[in-house]
Design a protein around this ligand. Structure first.
Ligand code: C2E
Ligand code: CA
Ligand code: CA
Ligand code: CA
Length: 281
């Protein structure tokens, strides 16, 4: 196994045999080893309530601390972890680790929400509810403090796998729609599913008050999503907030929560703990 620069810039893991191309098997065993050797780590990004500016919770974001490659971003290994099914044990580890961390931070920030990303493979897996129940029990995290982020595509597929969302809701966890606005244009699922939060995809926020001239249509779109969410009794969170003008617009539109580099970048647990300790409570 060696390091190779992809044309796009990121790194990927290959077998040394160039005639056969990248090997899924090699990366699969590397991911397996990573799990055994505890090379996965979580970074956490804070989410804030608007307009109070109070910390609302964190999103847990997975990284692979590779001994040679350094910190590997999720985009470089999650697609393969999904194909091979390894995302199921990796994702189970993510939820357990994030839950333990949430309990530790809750002493200082009572009620803090911990959001974790769920992949389709995890969502489809029959043990999901049992796994979650075990994790909540072992960590002592109240279910209401765990938020599962699902994509629109997963929710559309859940139309067939009905029952899973209801059972998650019975468990008491919160459900968020991630990357809202980038998936299906069919919104009927919003009416049927027990969702708590809409996360407006960062592409919408970034075209807002971006580098180029302001497009009033971007503003119209975001404000319509916020109103839609509120009409359905959902919280609306905007992700990817990078500029003060974006935050000001979201505040004016009564967006409920914000997350982005402007307010806090994803960081390892130790840095977040230090930041929390320095915050006035
Ligand atoms: P996502 O769930 O949409 O997460 C948001 C991504 O945007 C994160 O990238 C975050 O670091 C980045 N981000 C946050 N604020 C800003 C901002 O203000 N500007 C910009 N440009 N970017 C911002 P990251 O950590 O590289 O994660 C990428 C994706 O990988 C995530 O997108 C999620 O789909 C997936 N992912 C991350 N952790 C997990 C996990 O534990 N399980 C699963 N299944 N997927 C995960
Ligand atoms: Ca997410
Ligand atoms: Ca997202
Ligand atoms: Ca995304």
């Amino acid at each position: 196994m060696y390091r190779a620069k992809r044309r796009g810039g990121g790194v990927s893991v290959y077998t040394p045999d160039p005639s056969r191309g990248p090997s899924v098997v090699t990366l699969e065993s590397a991911l397996n080893r990573a799990l055994e050797r505890e090379e996965f780590i979580l970074h956490y990004q804070p989410q804030f309530d608007v307009p109070s500016g109070r910390l609302r919770g964190m999103e847990a974001l997975l990284r692979w601390q590779h001994p040679e490659l350094g910190l590997v971003p999720p985009s470089d290994f999650i697609p393969l972890a999904e194909v091979t099914g390894l995302i199921v044990p990796i994702g189970r580890w993510v939820i357990g680790e994030a839950a333990r961390q949430a309990v530790a931070w809750s002493r200082r920030s009572p009620g803090l929400t911990m959001a974790v990303n769920l992949s389709a493979r995890q969502f489809e897996q029959p043990d999901l509810i049992g796994d979650l129940r075990n994790i909540l029990q072992a960590s002592g995290l109240p279910a209401a403090q765990l938020e599962l982020e699902l994509t629109e595509t997963m929710l559309m597929q859940a139309v067939e796998a009905t029952g899973t969302l209801e059972r998650l809701k019975d468990l008491g966890v919160r459900l968020a729609v991630d990357d809202f606005g980038t998936g299906y244009s069919n919104l009927a699922y919003l009416k049927h599913f027990p969702i708590d939060t809409l996360k407006i995809d960062q592409s919408f926020i970034q075209s807002l008050a971006g580098a180029g001239p302001n497009d009033p249509r971007d503003e119209a779109l975001i404000s319509a999503v916020i109103q839609l969410g509120h009409a359905l009794n959902l919280k609306v969170l905007a992700e990817g907030v990078e500029q003060p003008a974006q935050l000001a617009f979201l505040e004016a539109q009564q967006c409920d929560q914000v997350q982005g580099y402007l307010l806090g970048r994803p960081a390892p647990a130790g840095s977040i703990s230090a930041w929390l300790a320095a915050e006035p409570s």
